[in-house]
Ligand binder design. Structure first.
Ligand code: CP
Ligand code: NVA
Length: 311
């Protein structure tokens, strides 16, 4: 049966931890024969359908696919018949007969689910309005590298209850680390996820950033204006005032706390220049780790059952 990668909540703790640990092996083995000998995607082509801009997701997937022995084909929705109204279910069935997988970056999570439903090949969420699971896998790997045991961490989220926030809640639900979120009123994450997470004693949500970072090992943030929210720029800038990750906020967290941001970052809005450039910032390690995490995700999906390390 094909395996999609759409929501983190669809996976078990063991599965997510396997991907995180494999990311570490891919990172260490990038310039040795470790990776190349596996050829996990030999003879395979993966399509990347993007409705939105991307630097990290596109390039890290293209390089990962290439380094795993496969080919990628980048398809901007503008150039596809999908952009002229061809139904997603038709696109799904046609592409399934050409390629071996699809990474889809889209506006609507429902469209992503439809693409997966009608495709006979694996579909990977490259970011939707609901979640950004491949980014959070890289972030979890970054924390695993830095701290070791992820389950023991107090992780905070400051800012928008957006796609990233939702994927962090899903990661909390699967892996069980503590998660404290601070979002302005009206900008909370998915209701459905909140309902589940609020049953856990180690999940909190507040409107007060200082409260959320108290005792935090990790401070996480993201843009105030996500792709697709551009028409709300002014109201969002007002609503998010006071939610900047700056030195003052950092002081309220644990002494050795680290800062994460999935990028692109807007210095002076959600994050201060002297924080993103500080020694406590793991932002550029996090970005590099996208490449290693993509390989581990692709390996998880495409590795033949029973194959050994060289299989
Ligand atoms: N963090 C992230 O997904 O970046 P891109 O939008 O550049 O892919
Ligand atoms: N929340 C942001 C993430 C960008 C990688 C967006 O959706 O634009």
């Amino acid at each position: 049966m094909k395996r999609d990668f759409i929501n983190l909540i669809d996976f078990t703790e063991t599965e997510l931890m396997t991907i995180i640990k494999e990311s570490s092996k891919w990172k260490k083995g990038r310039y040795s024969s470790y990776g190349i000998s596996k050829n996990i995607l030999e003879g395979k082509t993966i399509a990347l359908i993007f409705e939105k801009a991307s630097t990290r997701t596109r390039v890290s997937f293209e390089v990962a696919i290439n380094e795993l022995g496969g080919n990628s084909t980048f398809l901007s929705v503008r150039d596809l018949q999908m952009g002229r109204g061809e139904p997603i279910k038709d696109t799904a069935r046609v592409l399934s007969s050409y390629v071996h997988g699809i990474v889809y970056r889209c506006f609507s999570h429902d469209m992503l689910n439809d693409l997966a439903r009608y495709s006979s090949i694996p579909v990977i969420n490259g970011l939707s309005d609901y979640g950004h699971p491949v980014q959070v896998m890289s972030d979890l790997f970054t924390l695993y590298e830095h701290f070791g045991d992820i389950k023991k961490l107090n992780i905070s989220w400051i800012g928008d209850g957006n796609n990233m926030a939702n994927s962090w809640i899903e990661a909390h639900l699967v892996l069980g680390f503590s998660l404290s979120m601070a979002c302005p009123e009206g900008y909370e994450p998915s209701d459905k996820l909140l309902k589940k997470a609020l049953k856990n004693r180690n999940f909190r949500i507040t409107n007060n950033p200082e409260e959320a970072v108290k005792g935090a090992d990790v401070i996480n943030t993201d843009v105030w204006i996500s792709m697709g929210d551009e028409n709300q720029e002014e109201e969002r800038k007002k609503a998010f005032k006071g939610f900047q990750v700056n030195k003052n906020l950092l002081k309220k967290a644990n002494k050795n706390a680290v800062v994460l941001h999935c990028l692109p970052a807007y210095r002076g809005l959600e994050i201060a220049e002297d924080v993103i450039e500080s020694e406590q910032s793991l932002v550029f390690v996090q970005a590099e780790n996208r490449l290693h995490a993509q390989k581990a995700i692709l390996e998880f999906i495409y590795k033949k059952k029973g194959a050994n390390k060289n299989g």
